[in-house]
Design a protein around this ligand. Structure first.
Ligand code: NDP
Length: 484
């Protein structure tokens, strides 16, 4: 049995902190179902300590120059890259994702965010607006204490995608990881402090939804950034609105991936595999509704089936494994429930469809064909390795069907017709679109959703607008002219 016990459950004011009064959180390795660490939920006293530390730390941090802040974030990025293997192994234990993935997608993308926003920190300025003799200048100010609440699929990345822009702008953060994956964010906090971050600027506390809720409603908090499901997003957004707090909501999706009959089939199959089976399908932006034009349906399905034989399910710590388990028994049962629904409602099972015959929470990569728009697997986010393939005839028809969803996170198109590609993307009701590829999320590009999939954008310069606000200063150079 592997052991990943952290020094303590929480990281507050620059140090590990424990409070055994908090309810137990057992961290389970999804590949074996064995407990690998035991932590405690934050008690009200821990929540209070974290917010007080963040409030005090933010003042010290905001008083530093952008150059100084950026240097610390970039140093943290370097440390993360040096320790990539160790951090990737921890990410694999926390989530069950294969080491083959975590070595290239988690601590590395966290480091990218720290490096990118570290680089931007010194460039954040207001502007000068001349108004005849008078003038206005603006000051770009941090918001204050920000709360980050994470989902369980990318615990290191989410902790950095929220922390890096928040800290670059001079805010502090209290981050609550998902109770399912409590380990990785603690390492992010540890590394940031090793890089020179003042105590209290980045804090991590553990807990279930109620701990998240107590953070959201605390008057010391200026902003909440959530990565999670739409139902949780609705609750958190409403609670934040009560006190008019800033929010970023990175929520779920049911994204369309359209394959026209002129597309390079192998490339389109690669996009569909990447967009449905990476991280065993536990990716918010996945293109889970794959619309294939009728003329290439059989060729597409045949090639897809052939390629699925390349899935290597096994010990996630073995670098040859490219398909891991679901994060938890609960998630596995949710996914199996959707697979049953797919069969019951008349979709054709092309591949997979059941639990793997091995220990851990493995579900086979599953493909349904002949899916119709009203089926449950066509409408609800599954968050597992289940691809639904639909047929279509015309561009006009498929666009209407692709957009007929409450979600609007991502969308993709495979075609070799340049004009059509751009026309289709212009018509997508989605925040993040792809032409002849799928699911890439470099830190330089904005990432986020429209409609029920979210509010605001992460990554890129866009994120700066969501972690700072502008103060306007009007400067009069002439006497005031009053009306009486
Ligand atoms: P959940 O919505 O269940 O939870 C997200 C986080 O919110 C967890 O830390 C959870 O705590 C916490 N939480 C739950 N209730 C509350 C509350 N009332 N107030 C404050 N915090 C609360 O999502 P999952 O963890 O199950 O993650 C999967 C979801 O995340 C999917 O819908 C997926 O699409 C979405 N996602 C979106 C991404 C994006 O960028 N758009 C990226 C990745 C995932 P706990 O779980 O510990 O109880």
């Amino acid at each position: 049995m592997r052991n990943a016990q952290p020094t303590a459950s929480h990281f507050i004011n620059g140090a590990y902190v424990e409070d055994t009064e908090g309810a137990l959180i057992e961290c389970v390795y999804p590949a074996t179902g064995k407990v690998i660490a035991t932590l405690h939920e934050a008690t009200p006293s821990i929540v209070d300590q974290a917010l007080s530390a963040a409030k005090a730390g933010q003042k010290i941090w905001a008083a530093m120059t952008g150059t100084e802040r950026g240097r610390i974030l970039r140093r943290a990025a370097d440390i993360m890259r040096e320790r990539n293997r160790e951090l990737s192994e921890l990410e694999t234990l926390d989530t069950g994702k294969p080491l083959q993935e975590t070595l290239v997608a988690d601590a590395t993308s966290g480091a990218d965010a720290l490096e990118y926003f570290g680089g931007l920190a010194a460039t954040l300025t207001g502007e000068h607006i001349q108004l005849g003799q008078d003038w206005v200048y603006t000051i770009r100010e941090p918001l204050g204490v920000c709360v980050g609440i994470g989902a369980w699929n990318y615990p290191t990345q989410i902790a950095c995608w929220k922390g890096a822009p928040a800290l670059a702008c001079g805010n502090s953060m209290v981050f609550k990881p998902s109770e399912t994956t409590p380990l990785c964010a603690l390492k992010v906090a540890e590394i940031l402090h090793e890089a020179g971050l003042p105590a209290g600027v980045y804090n991590v506390i553990q807990g279930r939804g109620a701990v998240g809720a107590s953070l959201v409603t605390d008057p010391r908090v200026a902003k909440v950034s959530l990565t999670g499901s739409v139902p949780t997003g609705r609750k958190v957004y409403a609670a934040a609105a009560e006190r008019m707090k800033h929010v970023t909501m990175e929520l779920g999706g049911k994204s369309p991936l359209i394959v026209f009959d002129d597309a390079d089939i192998d490339n389109a199959v690669s996009g569909a595999i990447l967009g449905n089976f990476y991280s065993s399908g536990q990716v918010c932006s996945n293109g889970t509704r794959v619309f294939v034009q009728k003329g290439i349906k059989q060729a597409f399905l045949a090639r897809l089936k052939e390629r699925l034989s390349g899935a290597v399910m096994g010990d996630p710590m073995d670098e040859a494994t490219n398909f891991g388990p679901m994060v938890s028994a609960d998630q596995m049962n949710i996914v199996l429930g959707y697979i049953n629904k797919g069969t019951e409602e008349g979709a054709t099972l092309v591949a997979g469809g059941k639990m793997a015959d091995r220990e851990g929470y493995f579900v086979e990569p599953t493909v349904f064909a002949d899916v119709t728009d009203d089926m449950t697997i066509a409408r609800e986010e599954i968050f597992g390795p289940v691809m639904a393939v639909f047929d279509f005839d015309t561009e006009e028809e498929v666009m209407a069907r692709a957009n007929d969803t409450e979600f609007g996170l991502a969308a993709g198109v495979f075609t070799n017709d340049l004009t059509r590609a751009h026309r289709v993307v212009a018509g997508f009701e989605a925040g993040t679109c792809y032409i002849n590829t799928y699911n890439l999320a470099p830190v330089e590009a904005p990432f986020g959703g429209t409609k029920a999939s979210g509010v605001g954008r992460e990554n890129s310069k866009e994120a700066i607008n969501h972690y700072s606000e502008v103060k306007t200063v009007y400067v009069a150079m002439t006497p005031v002219e009053a009306q009486f």
